[in-house]
Design a protein around this ligand. Sequence first.
Ligand code: PFF
Length: 455
Amino acid sequence: MAENKRENFGGRFAIIMAMAGSAIGLGNIWRFPYLAGEHGGAAFILVYILSSVFLSLPIFLSESIIGRRSKSNTYGAMKKLAPGTRWKWLSIITILAPLIIVSYYSVVGGWSIEYLVKSLTFGFNSVPKEEITSLFSEFISRPYAPILFHTIFLGTTAIILTAGVKSGIEKFSNWSVPVLFLLILAILLYSLTLPGAMGGVIYMAKPDFSKITSKVILAAMGQSFYSLSLGVGTILVYSSYVSKKENLLVSGLGTAAFDLMFALMAGFAVMTAVFSAGVTPGAGPGLIFESLPYVFATMGESAPVLSGIIATVFFVTILISALTSAVSLMEVGVAYLIEEMKMKRKWATFTTFIGTWTLGCFCSLSFGPLGGIQFFGKTIFGFCDWISSNFLMALGALLFSLFVGWKMKKSDVYDEFTNGGTLKVNVRCFKPVYFLIRYIAPIVILIIFLSGILL
Ligand code: PFF
């Protein structure tokens, strides 16, 4: 497809906001704080930063290079850059993976709408604190309500996408990502004033290098990977909307910096609140939908209105951050259908919506009526999460780094990374970056991959 027929993001700000929007999501709020606290605080954060620079950034750049070089969706990119080879079939992984992720991600997005409604109506104040946990398990096991909210979440994602790259994705992330930062800053400032907040600060930040084991290093790498939305083609597709004038290194560094900043702010905000209410911190949905509502109910005993407001701000933050990620995930399928199946954007979005909505319904029902259906000992939801996060993401990332490191011509990679040799800093960074993409990334991903399926 000729370049002038495809849309481009409006400039550096728009690119970084869209990519940061993809990166910032549930992973920053429900996994990062817990992993950091459990695995050595500041020491874990240091390992996390190192893995972001030496592993995630090279993969991010690999996806960016393929995307902008080809100006295509994931399948079209391989067809264009490696014509007549089997690479295009391998790229199917990177179409399947984001669609599987968005199916279960939007179920969680739906839960956050339900909890937002509860916060807006000061619902946590009227529930006895002891019942908050059972409230969550009771809600997700219901057959209809969670599916209704999943439909609203995924439908909103689809509506944003039908508007296109500039009027949909760009417009939405240009305002929503700055708003996310303001919201999380407000929550952070408030939670730091809570009694006992220091406990959370110490939990998150106290450096404990003795906790850094090989397992923890793998966890840090996996988290930095998931957090930066790597290996599933979202960064590739977004980069295909980046103009040839832009600097790929700057958008990669900018995205990683915003993502880290958000994770740290969310981490301190969530953990100070959790410690102040005397709740045991944990990872996953339980942290957001059980521990924090318990915190809000505790606050509500002395300040019901304030607690309702804070809970509302918190669930709006979760909802928007999940939406910006879902938009990027769904766009991978939409771009494929538009460019390879020659569908109109509206129909491509509708088709993707129907497929992911259906799988999402099964995921949602697996907490209730379909709980008995298991694959490898996991429910449908658990299996979709496991296969995409532990298996397909790593496989996709391996594919991208091998493609740039071994299949593409070095001169083409250089040309794309340095904008034809015109970006001085990029010219100087090329050698180490190429080395990381060609040798280090594939070896380390293979280790993460094997540990993900074997451990
Ligand atoms: N990065 C998102 C998060 O941290 O929640 C999750 C995600 C979004 C993963 C988009 C992969 C992706 F393509």
